[in-house]
Design a protein around this ligand. Sequence first.
Ligand code: NAI
Length: 332
Amino acid sequence: MKIIFFSAQTYDKTFFNKHNETFGFELEFFDTHLGPHIVHAITSAEAVCVFVNDKVNADVIKALAANGIKIIALRCAGFNNVDLEAAKKYGLKVCRVPAYSPEAVAEHTLAMILTLNRKIHKAYNRVREQNFSLKGLLGFNLHGKTVGVIGTGNIGKAFCRIMIGLGCNVMGHDLSEDQELKKIGVVYKSLNEVFSQSDIISLHCPLTPETHHLINRSTIVQMKQGVMLINTSRGKLINTTDSIEALKTGQIGYLGIDVYEQEEKLFFKDMSENIIDDDTIQRLMSFPNVLVTAHQAFFTAEALNEIALTTFENILQLSSGMEISHKGALLC
Ligand code: NAI
């Protein structure tokens, strides 16, 4: 059975080739995104394997079905880039990797918080230039601060545990409350309460029509002056233009983003020789209190091993008509 990979990076090839020694699939890797420009070139494969910025809309799915593709395997947790209704209509199975390593993303979230707070990015460069002054590096204790976590699923839960461990007061907001988290001290609150009471707000809910631009001008004004906002979930949870306005007034005191509304044109590519045609991200990167990482929160060896293994197991089980063993992996 042949699987065609899109948006494939060197590390994808390394980890998938390693695990394929057990599975024995035929693999083909393309570094380009899946989209209307390439979908007609797909032949003689049964499955495509896609990532966060591949465009799997109705037109692409129709063409995939016409070219004999039976399975769309996402090698990520989020699936907002796939039109599931169209996949059902054309009889394609769609699977994902629901929980490969929630700790990878949760720990990166903490890294962003500590970097922004203790200004590690500035200290690193400063000391290398033999400037040992502490001017401008003042931070605050995380211990005792109130942290609001929006979305307490796999990643949000791992993040809550870390922040409880640091001695923070953790407030959660989700469509359903997690009893284990409540037992360790997480208090569930309304969205408005999370916005108005948190010193740090971290987003861990999926991108859906309800969460699109969850952070916008009218929700930002509810937040504490100087709030720290962290987004490792999906870029479109934040209205970036509104966040820039709030950074200019100081309403947002710190912004850490691992995801960005228009990231598909930039992230996962070396653009160091290019002129960036995106004034919004350029403005964001001009603020000293903004930290941007390029969708790397998932990027640990443990996570990549788990992603490759689960993706192959999903495909094997689907192609042999078995029930998928990974809970939450089958989307349709
Ligand atoms: P999950 O499905 O385990 O948890 C998501 C939680 O959000 C669920 O508990 C759900 O009830 C809740 N939720 C849904 N709609 C909500 C709403 N309107 N308000 C509040 N809560 C809501 O997903 P998981 O694995 O924790 O991942 C969360 C998100 O993180 C993914 O959707 C994905 O976008 C992002 N992600 C980012 C990565 C990165 O490298 N930056 C890597 C993996 C995931």
